[in-house]
Design a protein around this ligand. Sequence first.
Ligand code: ATP
Ligand code: MG
Length: 416
Amino acid sequence: MHEIRIPSYVEMLLRELEKMGHSAYVVGGCVRDSMLGKEPTDWDVCTDATPEQMKIVFRKRKIFETGVQHGTITVRSQGHNVEVTTFRLESDYSDHRHPDQVKFVGRVEEDLSRRDFTINAMAYSPRSGLVDAFDGQTDLARGVVRCVGEPDVRFREDGLRILRALRFAARFQFNIETETAYSIRRNRLLLENISAERIYKELQGILSAEGASDMLLGFPEVLVVIFPEVERLMGEMAEGGRESKWTQSVRAVCGMPRASFGLRLAMLLHELEDAEVHTAMQRLKGDHATDRLVKTIVAELRQPLPDTRPEMRRLIGRLTKPMVHDLLTAQCVVKAVTGQSTDKVREARYLLEEVLDGFAAYTVRDLAVTGAELMGEGIPSGPGLGKVLEQLLREVQDEALKNDKDALLKRAGEIF
Ligand code: ATP
Ligand code: MG
């Protein structure tokens, strides 16, 4: 296990708390990531000081009262924001997602006991060393995600933990401990109580992770709770009859760049009907760009690839250049996982390069003449003007006409 090196802007806060007689630790994700030898994204501090006491300790610093009722204040330190939270217990999750009460407690071990997984339930301070009440260190070394306490109880408190388990396991390529895994399957319907926004965020983490396919194939019943539409893919054989459409879709997901969540999601859903994809995306409430990307890619995958320059220009006009790029990437991956030749995709890529090389018009806005200029030539505004522009665009894309102002004005006069 790697050594935990606390940056000075965090260490200062620990010392300031300790100087006033409080105990203070870094805790959670930053301890886990440090021990794995990964750079933590942020450092969280926990302490026995209450928010009121923290305000006294940090009276000379800029603070933000971000979540005082939950015991959290954000403290500014050397240009960084650090969240400092009072040791606390949570109780009574009557809605399976929000604790009804938080109770401030005096011992760090109590605070660790409310955390979700053993690898996330360790605290550290240079003075006290590692506090590891649930043997997170062993699980970290063995590569295991295990609930703190009784898995059934912990998932019933907060169903989102089901997806968090999958996300951490996918991210570190860990296994999910047997009892925790059984409990995830048993309690999967608890995810129905979780808001779309929170599910969406976890799904992003799972799909973009190194170990996405192990989780998608290992916990298909969990995915079915999020996307009931995919259940039938698990029972349908892909062409060739060697694997299910689901397995094939998961392979396609992993063929996509990890950074593009939209493309990975499109691959996960690409065997569904357009209407099913629409329903699934509506339920997911993702951002607009991802929504459009997924729907477009899935729909366009069924269309034949353009094989002439005019067709390619029209496709760019309809989808935009980056989306055509994405579509070709998707086409290539789908062909590869279904064992088809990718020659046609390669040809389409050349075609795309060729078309992008020349100065071409993809939409009427790219024409070297504007509607106003045509009006200046005596063509009245209205639908007629739009038709003239469309016609000019078609002829430019067909290479029957040069995208050059004089040529366009002359031709507009003829059309009109
Ligand atoms: P990441 O790098 O993904 O942010 P993280 O471990 O920091 O990982 P956070 O969601 O930022 O995860 O939460 C910080 C810590 O708070 C976790 O390590 C865990 O101890 C605790 N925690 C967060 N969410 C939950 C939850 N739903 N149930 C129990 N404990 C949680
Ligand atoms: Mg975090």
